[in-house]
Design a protein around this ligand. Structure first.
Ligand code: GLA
Length: 722
């Protein structure tokens, strides 16, 4: 009763807001979005730096629809296009009410109800403000009570309008072994679309994140920038439309491409979340906002420690047996890793998984390779004081498998067309609840039968083509892309409800699937199958724009590298991998004594500094895109600890070496430096090392470092002297 009364009070308060036409302010610590109702229409008045409590802008009229709909006055791309049961192609979104509620200490939720005045079609807009992270999450919901289905053709998660002199879009392209390449273009009049149509691979060939910098190209530390990320693992679209008035409309959400959706009476259509963050201090601050938000509010176990791990993929590929794995487990444990991860190739009997052409879908242990089962391997790990993890690719199937023989109708396919294989496999149809159950039970049972499995690498090695479903009705075939994404997230939700403490790695043939929709259910992700340390400097630089270091798996692998054939020193490989979550993908028996010793010490050091990497603020300093060196550092929230990295990518004779400056320290604090990962027999890289440095000196004057030749590197541990 009390609750009802409170709710009524809130509703009354909100309707008073409407009558008084007061602004709806969605505020974070430093930014805000202001909306206002005018003639029943919800308008965007302002988005940017937080404003004083009173001021002229608060009384300004809104120029832009906060959420546009097709069919009436609109002349641009729209957020919503619904065709009603009677064929009317237009929708009017009249304001009905707004509520604002506190959700936890630093989160507020603004809910705005809209309704078509004639049709029983309801739209709800949600804006969640993460106050301390300067980040807004928005999504929308539609529902109707028309007699027949309403067809949705456009269904954006959110809309933003900007008015500046010019707009620079930074987006990130990706391909297998070549993820997260930074591209910047000035937007001209017309439409620029960043999207994917590959179903399972949100990241190919463009990642679902972008920056829009206002008036000039984006830099790390200055300028107005808006960062955008869509939390959706399937087809997505970011659309940027600039008009002749230099106004920019940003729409983002599920990709409407070939995806019209028949919404039944009373069914709720919920869009995925769009996150955005504004800064007047460049891209670096936006990255830090996303990182801290992801750690505190989004990532699964975002604030918990991670396992450093040894993965056997590049060590053995498909050919291993118990003694081979036993030796890797023992070596991994001696080096100090926390966990051994058994990769692809452990399953299938009728169709053994000895290459990628058979066995996928048959999740029974291969008796020839592992006669004593998973239990034996787990025990080996326990005996060696190391945890055990396992690779799965539960959404996929090889035609050469018992699963496909039994359920050929479970794969995504078009009637009367031949299957198209990719990596010799097909995609299971996750729009089908039976298939969802199969995938859930595969994982659930494996983890229940082997409670000591501490880690799962969840892979997804192909995109969807031939997008048809034997489960969906003929008139609902276009639902596949959306229902697949929803099916996947719903399976993950069930898996994580039953297994909250197992760590999950998100993998998609490298970084083919990386988005905040998936990451809600994962502790970490695999950025790329390309483990070449030089290329990883770029790939990790790209990933760091939106995703935090605690989630980024970085593995030391062999030299020459298996993907690029490049030879790099072990120190360089460790120094690069130690700027994220450390692991190894390499046959330890190929290492000599010196290397093993170096690795042991590096892992030990990593355990000492990892908290600063995981929870610290990232500052990117010299970009590998603009220099022959790349530098970055992490600084703890208290600014009492930091880790600084410098990588030399290419050496040039007579090149003037830069002063190596840090960022984000306290200028007044005194710090000492400790160079870590010095290879046996090699000296310090710091010229004229002093006992004490002020933060101001380290940030403004900078250090002279000796970096000689290609792939030389330096890592410094920085600690406050109290
Ligand atoms: C994908 C992953 C790799 C490895 C292989 C196994 O390519 O990205 O790390 O697990 O599959 O087949």
């Amino acid at each position: 009763m009390k609750k009802l009364f409170l709710l009524m009070c809130i509703l009354c308060l909100s309707s008073r807001l409407l009558i008084a036409q007061e602004p709806i302010r969605i505020q974070t610590k430093n930014t805000e979005l202001i909306l206002r109702v005018e003639n029943k229409e919800l308008k965007q008045v302002y988005f940017g730096e937080k404003l004083p409590e009173s001021g002229t802008i608060l009384n300004e009229r809104g120029r832009y629809p906060a959420y546009s709909a097709f069919g009436l006055g609109e002349q641009n791309e729209v957020a919503l296009h619904a065709v009603h049961a009677d064929g009317n192609t237009s929708t009017k979104l009249d304001f009905v009410g707004v509520t604002q509620a506190q959700e936890g200490d630093d989160v507020t939720l603004t809910t705005i109800q809209l309704k078509d005045p004639v049709y029983p079609f309801f739209t709800t807009l949600y804006y969640k403000a993460y106050v301390n992270n300067d980040l807004i999450e928005c999504w929308s919901e539609y529902k109707h009570q028309e007699k027949k289905p309403v067809t949705l053709y456009q269904f954006a998660s959110g809309q933003l309008s900007l008015k500046n002199r010019s707009y620079w879009l930074t987006h990130f392209t990706g391909d297998w072994a070549g993820e997260f390449n930074e591209k910047q273009v000035e937007l001209t009049e017309g439409i620029k679309i960043i999207d994917t149509k590959l179903g399972t691979r949100a990241t190919f060939y463009n990642h679902p994140v972008s920056f829009i910098s206002l008036d000039k190209p984006a830099t790390e530390d200055e300028g107005e920038v808006v960062g955008l990320a869509l939390a959706w693992p399937s087809n997505y679209r970011f659309l940027f439309e600039k008009n002749s008035q230099q106004e920019l409309r940003v729409l983002a959400g599920m990709n409407p491409y070939a995806s019209q959706y028949r919404l039944k009476k009373d069914e709720v259509f919920k869009t995925p979340s769009l996150m955005y963050s504004y800064s007047k201090n460049g891209k670096g601050e936006i990255s830090r906002n996303f990182h801290s938000w992801a750690r505190t509010h989004w990532l699964h176990n975002g604030d918990k420690d991670r396992y450093s791990l040894m993965n056997n993929w590049e060590a053995t590929y498909f050919s291993f047996d118990e003694p081979a794995l036993q030796s890797i487990i023992q070596d991994a444990s001696k080096m100090g890793f926390d966990l051994f991860l058994l990769d692809d190739g452990w399953f299938g009997n009728k169709h053994p998984r000895n290459s990628d052409n058979a066995g996928l879908g048959d999740w029974q242990v291969n008796k020839e390779k592992l006669p004593n089962g998973i239990g034996w391997l787990v025990k080996e790990c326990v005996n060696n004081n190391i945890k055990f993890g396992i690779w799965l690719e539960p959404e996929m199937v090889n035609p050469k498998s018992e699963l496909f023989e039994k359920h050929p109708d479970w794969v995504i396919q078009q009637p009367n067309r031949e299957h198209r294989l990719f990596r010799n496999q097909l995609v299971l149809d996750l729009s089908n609840p039976k298939v969802q159950n199969f995938v859930f039970e595969t994982v659930d049972q494996l983890l229940k039968e082997n409670p000591d499995i501490a880690y799962v690498k969840w892979d997804c090695n192909r995109a969807i083509t031939n997008g048809g479903s034997t489960y969906l009705a003929p008139e609902e075939q276009s639902h596949l892309w959306i229902d697949y994404g929803r099916g996947f997230l719903s399976v993950m939700d069930r898996v994580r409800t039953n297994h909250p403490d197992v760590h999950f790695m998100l993998c998609g043939g490298g970084g083919g699937r990386l988005d905040y929709g998936s990451l809600k259910y994962f502790e970490e992700y695999w950025p790329s199958d390309n483990t070449d340390a030089l290329q990883r400097v770029f790939i990790q630089w790209g990933n760091s724009q939106f995703f935090p270091a605690i989630a980024m798996c970085c593995h030391v692998s062999a030299s020459p590298n298996h993907q690029t054939q490049r030879r790099t020193p072990l120190k360089f490989r460790f120094d690069v991998a130690m700027s994220g979550k450390l692991g190894m993908d390499l046959q330890p028996r190929s290492m000599n004594e010196n290397e093993i010793q170096f690795a042991k010490e590096a892992i030990n050091t990593y355990n000492r500094i990892k908290n600063t990497i995981f929870t610290g603020d990232l500052y990117r300093i010299l970009s590998p895109y603009e220099n022959n060196v790349a530098t970055l550092n992490y600084v703890s929230p208290e600014k009492d600890k930091a880790v600084f990295y410098a990588y030399r990518l290419k050496s040039h004779i007579s090149e003037v070496s830069p002063k190596y400056k840090m960022k984000g320290l306290d200028p007044d604090k005194k710090y000492k430096l400790n160079e870590i990962n010095i290879f046996p027999g090699e000296g310090s890289s710091i010229s004229g090392l002093q006992e004490t440095y002020t933060g101001a000196y380290l940030m403004n004057s900078g250090l002279s470092l000796r970096l000689n030749g290609d792939y030389d590197s330096v890592v410094l541990e920085v600690e406050e002297i109290i």
